[in-house]
Design a protein around this ligand. Structure first.
Ligand code: SF4
Length: 292
């Protein structure tokens, strides 16, 4: 099978399609006729998530005794340049400082309570973990897993040579109960490496000192569900049918993309895979006081 003709599915593309086919179209298919590039968005929350994830990802390739020899705050300062200012969708330095401080607090929490990050990790030997969800339907499932903790075999204990999927959360909200993230990550972890998946957890870095374990979903049902959505996406693409279920009312999922189309967003550079990167540049910083 030719991987390049396949439809690649990820948690973010499936998630946005589930919310709205038109938002999926604008974020994954539409090309700006002037540049022939896809369009992409950056927001302060995405910038914070990207910087914190980059710091943590850099630890997983280090031996356990070297992971914290350099302060994680220093590591954050090194990567922050990639998302500083407009590149991170920050409208002003006060907003940027607010987000950067949140990132520092999260990393201070990890340095004080490293938990599973102080244990051995398993690295999947692929830049982008991926596997054929269905060769018959020409569908590939792909996605990066934040962290796989290695659970060694121990005499008398059941945890033998297995892995623990960890997903770092840098946003303020909880992952919704019907989120497909866990089913997708479970399938990826199961199919892209050889050890059994023993458990999975979310770690809300802004509030918790330890990850929160989640019940592993049924793998067979997870595959069926993701395959069903994959087929729906494929059909929508083949019919070029991406209708707004709300009657073009512009809700939160496509509003920023519609702003780009209307010329109301700011171009800030080149994003992933050569897409034109935009910010809608709204300040989230509320001044404590104002001199009138
Ligand atoms: S406004 Fe309509 S098209 Fe846009 S995301 Fe909402 S439901 Fe979808």
């Amino acid at each position: 099978m030719d991987k390049y003709s396949a439809l690649w599915l990820s948690h973010s593309s499936i998630n946005i399609f589930k919310h709205c086919p038109r938002a999926y179209y604008l974020s994954t298919i539409y090309r700006d006729p002037r540049s022939n590039h896809k369009i992409s968005l950056i927001t302060p929350s995405m910038a914070l998530g990207s910087a914190v994830h980059e710091v943590l990802e850099s630890l997983s390739i280090l031996p356990t005794d070297q992971r914290f020899s350099l302060s994680l705050i220093e590591r954050l300062h090194k990567v922050w340049g990639k998302v500083s200012g407009q590149l991170g969708g920050f409208s002003d330095s006060a907003t940027e400082d607010q987000y950067k401080n949140r990132g520092e607090d999260m990393l201070r929490r990890i340095m004080a309570h490293p938990g599973p990050l102080a244990q051995k990790a398993v690295k999947i030997q692929m830049d982008l973990p991926q596997y054929w969800l269905s060769q018959e339907d020409n569908l590939i499932l792909c996605g990066k897993l934040d962290w796989l903790e290695y659970l060694p075999a121990q005499a008398g204990l059941e945890s033998d040579d297995a892995i623990h999927i960890l997903d770092f959360k840098t946003g303020v909200g909880e992952e919704s109960v019907d989120s497909l993230q866990l089913p997708i990550y479970y399938l990826l972890a199961h199919n892209c490496q050889t050890r059994p998946v023993k458990k999975a957890s979310y770690w809300y870095l802004g509030r918790d000192d330890m990850p929160t374990e989640k019940k592993l979903p049924d793998r067979g049902k997870s595959r069926e569900l993701i395959l069903k959505i994959g087929k729906e996406i494929k059909l929508a693409r083949s019919l070029d049918r991406f209708k707004c279920p709300e009657g073009d009312s512009s809700c939160k999922y496509c509003l920023p993309y519609e702003k780009i189309l209307r010329g109301e967003a700011t171009y800030v550079g080149t994003g992933d895979y050569g897409a034109d990167l935009y910010t809608t540049n709204e300040s989230v910083h509320s001044p404590v006081s104002k001199i009138l």
